[in-house]
Design a protein. Structure first.
Length: 315
């Protein structure tokens, strides 16, 4: 094996090695860590943020960003609750919420292309608009009109496996196939790497940007349904700051904020890694301030890991 090949292999496996090391560390410190129930608990705890992170991977690889996902989660739950309270069948309410998420993401993409405004600015505006809409719908108080079966989406189990975890896995598979086995996935990498070159090659850059943002809006709405199901309420104050957690998970997974580089597999590992660290610190009774410090350190280390992955280019 050549030196360059060895460096490439080690660089691309660093996060997986760190994840295994973290599991070994927490297992040695807590007898409750390496149990099936705790493993399922970790996967369930990261499912809602992870679903959005898979979509955010598409957005960041395409060279864009979406800061409105946390607010969309809140609005999705609140709108579903408002529609059910108004008499709409719950399945119809869910479909309306998903359509809204897709439309809002698509609108951000359309604004990006029509007026050449950075998605950072557009999604920042959308973040405040969607949060305000959630507060307006609920009059700043949680709504609790859901039927008993609605609880299954966020808290139910199939053969002992949380249904939220199954949704998390299903979204991963869909996005993985989309990014790696379709022409659309290749177009996303091309647009993120060099949008002008992609346009000259005949790719529809505008459509690619609109679709990745629309898909992420849809996934944020799905996450909002999952969260409202777990809480059995539409709460306008939930998911505050989730956009940063989602972006952190994607960056930890090796996706470059410059676009053109990243993978949904890396995001999966990043999401699980953050979940493992959070769960381990909770088992070790680490105070909230310590958890926040650790999260910041993880993000800094993720940037260093990203640099390590690029060593292979310089060798």
């Amino acid at each position: 094996m050549t030196r360059a090949r060895l460096i490439s292999l080690l660089a691309n496996s660093v996060l997986e090695v760190v994840l295994v090391a973290a599991c070994i560390f927490f297992a040695a410190r807590s007898p409750h860590f390496l149990t099936l129930d705790n493993a399922l608990n970790i996967l369930r705890s990261v499912a809602e943020i992870g679903v959005i992170a898979f979509g955010m991977t598409l957005v960041i690889v395409a060279g864009e960003i979406d800061l409105s996902v946390g607010s969309m989660v809140a609005l999705a739950g609140c709108l579903a609750a408002w529609l059910v309270q108004a008499g709409a069948p719950t399945p119809l309410a869910i479909l309306c919420v998903l359509a809204l998420g897709f439309a809002c993401g698509g609108f951000t993409g359309w604004m990006r292309n029509r007026y050449n405004v950075p998605t950072f600015i557009i999604s920042l505006a959308m973040m405040t608009i969607l949060r305000g809409a959630a507060l307006k719908l609920t009059h700043e108080f949680p709504l609790t009109p859901f039927p008993n079966w609605y609880d299954f989406i966020g808290s139910g189990r199939i053969y002992g496996v949380p249904f939220a975890t199954i949704l998390f896995a299903a979204v991963f598979v869909v996005i993985y196939v989309l990014m790696n086995l379709t022409a659309f996935g290749r177009a996303i990498y091309a647009v993120g790497g060099n949008a002008e070159a992609a346009r000259l090659c005949g790719l529809n850059v505008a459509l690619a940007r609109i679709l990745v943002l629309a898909i992420t809006g849809l996934l944020a709405a799905i996450s909002g349904v999952m969260l409202s199901s777990r809480m059995m309420a539409g709460n306008p104050n939930v998911a505050s700051g989730w956009e940063l957690d989602v972006i952190a998970a994607v960056v930890v997974g090796g996706t470059s904020l410059r676009g053109g580089v990243g993978s949904v597999w890396g995001t999966l590992v990043g999401v699980i890694f953050i979940g493992v660290v959070a769960n381990g610190m909770l088992l070790l009774n680490v105070h909230q301030d310590g958890q926040l410090i650790a999260r910041g350190i993880i993000i800094v280390l993720a940037v260093l890991l990203s640099r390590l992955r690029r060593i292979q280019v310089e060798v």
